[in-house]
Design a protein around this ligand. Structure first.
Ligand SMILES: CCCNc1ncnc2c1ncn2[C@@H]1O[C@H](/C=C/CNC(=O)c2cc(-c3ccc(F)cc3)cc(O)c2O)[C@H](C)[C@H]1O
Ligand SMILES: [Mg+2]
Length: 228
């Protein structure tokens, strides 16, 4: 069988992005996906909103739901100070593998946390967990010694945004001031999630209009601050 789209992205990056240069990997993915083959990365326009929220939040503990090829993982990781931890959850082993190889090319010290033997304590910034968020979220406190997340980037299946947000609340993984940033709240849309964060007294929500990655279609991201 042929190659997959994530593999074609990886091969393009390996051929055309500078090793160890995360910015050149990010721009190589954006040029491939705007000129050769569309892919569902958050992209450069919404990516700038993501960057601004990361810089404004200065998070020490970040969670990403839906790694896919790791494009947004790299956008976030490059802006984190040493000592910060970025946990990204991906249920598809092929996508997780491609993301890991992209992290390697970018020179991001990423660890596959699903590997049994792992060095004590966080030795690296990006921790890629293979599995479903609904299974892994309840295990994060115990397995990774994480108490609360300062920032959560939500970009997995759109029907899972709301149940996983409720799960994060129930597992006590959000503190007053925690920021949720959700991609695609307009296209493809996450109507039940939007209704929840915009009407719940526990969140202060704000919509950032933008465009769907690599296209002239309207999309946007929703930033919701948990009020405790
Ligand atoms: C238990 C399940 C939940 N738990 C989970 N636990 C762990 N990993 C999970 C879970 N659920 C999903 N994943 C992983 O996350 C990724 C999934 C990402 C999904 N993203 C979209 O669907 C999208 C669509 C469009 C779009 C726009 C316009 C169009 F015309 C077409 C497409 C644009 C966009 O920016 C988009 O992000 C990855 C593929 C998948 O394996
Ligand atoms: Mg998305």
């Amino acid at each position: 069988s042929g190659t997959t789209r994530p593999m074609r992205i990886l091969h393009y990056v390996q051929r055309s992005a500078k090793c160890g240069d995360v910015l050149s990997v990010i721009s190589a993915i954006d040029s491939f996906c705007s000129k050769v083959e569309w892919a569902m990365n958050v992209g450069d326009k919404k990516g700038e909103i993501l960057d601004a929220v990361v810089l404004e939040t200065r998070p020490r503990y970040v969670l990403e739901l839906g790694t896919y090829c790791g494009y947004s993982t790299m956008r976030i990781a490059r802006l984190l100070p040493p000592g910060a931890r970025l946990i990204t959850i991906e249920m598809n082993s092929h996508y997780a593998q491609v993301a890991k190889e992209l992290f390697q090319h970018a020179g991001l010290d990423a660890q596959d946390k699903s590997a049994e033997k792992r060095p004590a304590g966080p030795t690296c910034k990006v921790e890629l967990l293979l599995g479903s968020s609904s299974v892994l979220i309840p295990q994060l406190k115990k397995k990774l010694d994480i108490d609360k997340f300062d920032l959560v980037f939500i970009d997995h299946w759109k029907v899972s945004y709301l149940p996983d947000t409720r799960l994060l609340e129930e597992c006590g993984l959000l503190k007053s001031g925690s920021v949720l940033l959700a991609d695609n709240v307009t296209c493809p849309g996450a109507p039940d999630y939007l209704e929840y964060v915009r009407n719940s007294p526990r969140y202060r929500s704000q919509y950032f209009p933008s465009q769907l990655e690599y296209l002239q279609v309207e999309d946007g991201v929703e930033k919701s601050v948990f009020l405790g």
